[in-house]
Write a protein that binds this ligand. Structure first.
Ligand SMILES: NC(=O)c1ccc[n+]([C@@H]2O[C@H](COP(=O)([O-])OP(=O)(O)OC[C@H]3O[C@@H](n4cnc5c(N)ncnc54)[C@H](OP(=O)(O)O)[C@@H]3O)[C@@H](O)[C@H]2O)c1
Length: 288
């Protein structure tokens, strides 16, 4: 178990890209789980030119396609004996109502469900590692939604802010459930709010100009991707200090009530297992 292995989603832009660049010295192998292979290969070249001793692998992983998530996870499991740290960083904001391949609302399906399935599939190999770490890049937007009852149905009415917020609240509940069920097995799990960061989030080919305009107008309120990656990087270096916590600006931050509804969390997890046809929350072949 000499190699230290990092796997990260959404490393091809914004916060994720800054995160891997900053962490390249700390891991022996970096697995880039990307929806766009070309961007992944470009990042691989950048990393290997700078760091001669690391091994970088690019794996196609489109989190809005559950079959593709399973394929990506299988590829990781086939080639790597363990994963020290999984960073669930990828995220999407859509101002229009869109579906994933599997029929879920795009943000819920990608930001939460895709990552849930990926984590489920990689869980044993994370628990086999030395660090046993999962970092979930969530968002302070969790405050603007309740989890509600209809997340698994494609919405008839669509509010982009509420849908994004709900997907991020779901990731926070996921972190809490992982902590509750597995911290005594040595799992280190943390959720991050990176702050308001100037990235490509929310920009699509349909609204690129509008997105650039918004980021320009509010420029003074946004931090750089490098600053946005700061909490994630800090947590990788001090995993036990931040275990079970929500971290903002590098500090453990208390969640507001919306982020701590026990019954909503339990219902969400139960419904997620049903939707994904999983018979248990994460899988460990040995007794917990
Ligand atoms: N920016 C902020 O102010 C802010 C605030 C709070 C939380 N966050 C969170 O921070 C995380 C990183 O976002 P960012 O701001 O760095 O945005 P970004 O620049 O748009 O980067 C998002 C990353 O996610 C990837 N991605 C999007 N959809 C995907 C899919 N279906 N499958 C796999 N990967 C996918 C993107 O891939 P491509 O390169 O192919 O597009 C990109 O690498 C997100 O989880 C976001 O919700 C951001």
């Amino acid at each position: 178990m000499s190699n230290r292995i990092l796997a990260i989603t959404g490393p091809t832009s914004g916060i994720g890209k800054s995160t891997v660049i900053e962490l390249a010295n700390d891991y022996d192998i970096i697995i880039l789980l990307c929806r766009n292979i070309e961007k992944g290969e470009h990042l691989k070249t950048l990393l290997t030119e700078e760091h001669k001793n690391i091994q970088v692998e690019v794996i196609k992983c489109d989190l809005s396609d559950l079959a593709n998530v399973m394929k990506a996870a299988t590829q990781v499991l086939d080639h790597y004996p363990h994963i020290d740290c999984l960073i669930n960083n990828a995220g999407v904001v859509s101002i229009t109502r869109q579906k994933t391949i599997d029929g879920y609302e795009l943000m819920f399906g990608t930001n939460y469900l895709g990552h849930f399935l990926l984590t489920h599939m990689l869980f044993e190999s994370i628990m086999r590692s030395r660090d046993k770490q999962i970092i979930i890049v969530s968002s302070g937007a969790y405050k603007y939604a309740h989890i509600g009852h209809h997340n698994f149905n494609y919405p008839l009415r669509f509010n982009p802010i509420k849908s994004y917020s709900r997907s991020k609240l779901a990731t926070l509940y996921f972190m809490q459930e992982l902590y509750e069920q597995f911290h005594h097995c040595g799992l280190n799990v943390t959720a991050i709010h990176p702050g308001a960061v100037s990235t490509n989030l929310g920009k699509t080919k349909y609204n690129q100009k509008f997105g650039d305009f918004i980021y320009k107008i509010f420029d003074s309120m946004f931090v750089s991707p490098k600053e946005g990656a700061m909490s994630t990087i800090k947590v990788t270096k001090d995993k036990t200090l931040f275990n079970g916590a929500y971290v903002y600006e590098g500090k453990v931050t208390e969640l507001e009530n919306q982020g701590m509804n026990y019954y909503d969390r339990k219902r969400l997890i139960r419904e997620t297992l049903e939707a994904l046809q999983l018979d248990q929350f994460m899988y460990l072949s040995t007794d917990k």
